[in-house]
Design a protein around this ligand. Structure first.
Ligand SMILES: C[S@@+](CC[C@H](N)C(=O)[O-])C[C@H]1O[C@@H](n2cnc3c(N)ncnc32)[C@H](O)[C@@H]1O
Length: 330
C-alpha cells in the first residue's frame, strides 16, 4: 500500500508472515493487559502480533520516517493502545517512555519470582543488534531503564550465530565473552529459529529469537567494598599494591569505586588484564590468598603455572563491539 522498499543501510529485512509474527508475540509471553516496547517495528508485522496478543499499551521506536505513516495507520486501528516514537533506539532511554505514565503495570521487586507485565521486543537490524544488546545487558545489570520496574523480559532476534553465542552452554565452541556477559545477568534462551527465507528481502543468514529473563541475583557476587581491596586478594602481599594499581590504571577504573558500579565491559577488561599479568608472572594464576603456604616462586614451579590459552573465535561482534580491549598492548 505504501510502496516501501527495504533500505540496506538500516538492515531492513521484514517479517511479512503473520504466523511468525504471532509466534514471536506468543513466545515473548505477551498477555492481555501487558505493556510492550517494540524496537524497529518497520512495516508493523510483529507490532500486529503484539496488539493481537492483547497488549494494553504498545510503544514502538522506529528510526525510518517512511514507516511512520503505516504505523500511524495501525495506531488508529488500535484503540489508543499504540504510541509511535520516531527515534533512534541507540540514543533512546526506553525506560523514560513509561516513566510519567501513572497507569503502568506495577513494578515487581527483583527477588520476586513473578515478572512485571512488561516486555521489550524487537526484530532488530543486525547492525544495531550488538551495541543494543550490550546497552540493555548493562542497563539490566544496573537495574535501570525499564529494569527499574523489575525483571522485564527482553525478546530479540539475532543472526543465528550470535543467538547461539548468547545462549551457549559451557564447553561449546560457541561459548564466548558475549555468553558470559549475557548469562551473568540474565537467562537467555534460544526460543526458536527463523529461516532466512521467511524474510523480505532474504538475509544471507538464518535468525534466532532469544528471550532474556533477568536473573533474580547476578551470578557474580558483588560487594560494596572498594574494588581495589577485592583486586588485591589476587596477588601475593609483596606485589599486591603495584599489580592492583597497574591493572586499575590500564582499565581506567577509579580504585575507590565499588564493584557493584562496574559494567560488564569493565569486568571483561579486568579479566583480560589479569590474564595478561598471569602470563607475565608464572605462578600468579595459581595463587590463592587463603593458602598462606604458597609463594609465587613455589607456584611457578608447578606443572601448569600459566593460565590456559584464551580461545579466539572470529566473530562479527569483535569488530564493532565497544568493549574491545583497546587499552591493552598484549
Ligand atoms: C530488520 S527490520 C525489521 C522490521 C520489522 N520489525 C519486521 O520484523 O518486519 C529492522 C527495523 O528497525 C529499524 N531501525 C533500524 N535502525 C534503527 C534504530 N537505530 N532505531 C530504531 N529503529 C531502527 C529499521 O528502520 C527497520 O524498520
Amino acid at each position: 500500500m505504501y510502496r516501501l522498499r527495504a533500505k540496506k543501510i538500516l538492515s531492513q529485512n521484514y517479517l511479512m508472515d503473520m504466523n511468525i509474527n504471532r509466534k514471536i508475540a506468543k513466545h515473548a509471553k505477551v498477555n492481555e493487559n501487558d505493556w510492550v516496547i517494540e524496537i524497529g517495528p518497520g512495516p508493523g508485522g510483529i507490532t500486529r502480533g503484539i496488539l493481537e496478543a492483547g497488549a494494553s499499551r504498545l510503544d514502538v521506536v522506529e528510526i525510518d520516517n517512511r514507516f511512520i505513516p503505516p504505523l500511524q495507520h495501525l495506531a488508529e486501528a488500535a484503540d489508543s493502545r499504540m504510541f509511535i516514537h520516531h527515534k533512534d533506539a541507540l540514543r533512546t532511554e526506553i525506560g523514560d517512555i513509561w516513566k510519567k505514565e501513572p497507569n503502568r503495570p506495577s513494578s515487581v521487586p527483583w527477588h520476586d519470582s513473578k515478572l512485571p507485565q512488561m516486555h521489550v521486543i524487537g526484530n532488530l537490524p543486525f547492525n544495531i543488534a550488538s551495541p543494543l544488546i550490550i546497552k540493555y545487558l548493562r542497563d539490566m545489570s544496573y537495574r535501570r531503564g525499564v529494569w527499574e520496574y523489575g525483571r522485564v523480559p527482553l525478546t530479540l532476534t539475532f543472526q543465528l550465530e550470535v543467538a547461539k553465542r548468547l545462549c551457549s552452554p559451557i564447553a561449546c565452541d560457541t561459548r564466548s565473552r558475549i555468553s558470559i556477559m549475557a548469562q551473568y545477568v540474565a537467562e537467555p534462551k534460544l526460543i526458536f529459529q527463523i529461516s532466512g527465507s521467511c524474510f523480505v528481502p532474504r538475509p544471507q543468514v538464518d535468525v534466532g529469537v532469544v528471550r532474556f529473563v533477568p536473573r533474580k541475583t547476578p551470578l557474580v557476587k558483588t560487594s560494596q567494598k572498594y574494588v581495589e581491596k577485592g583486586l588485591k586478594t589476587l596477588y601475593p602481599p609483596e606485589m599486591e599494591n603495584e599489580m592492583a594499581d597497574e591493572l586499575l590504571k590500564k582499565c581506567r577504573i577509579d580504585p575507590t569505586t565499588t564493584s557493584i558500579k562496574l559494567g560488564m565491559e569493565q569486568f571483561a577488561d579486568l579479566a583480560e588484564g589479569y590474564n595478561e599479568q598471569c602470563i607475565r608472572h608464572p605462578g600468579l594464576f595459581l595463587y590463592d590468598y587463603t593458602n598462606k603456604q604458597h609463594t609465587l616462586e613455589s607456584l611457578s614451579k608447578e606443572q601448569y603455572p600459566l593460565p590456559p590459552p584464551v580461545p579466539v573465535f572470529d566473530s562479527p561482534l569483535d569488530e564493532d563491539s565497544e568493549w574491545s580491549l583497546r587499552n591493552f598492548n598484549l
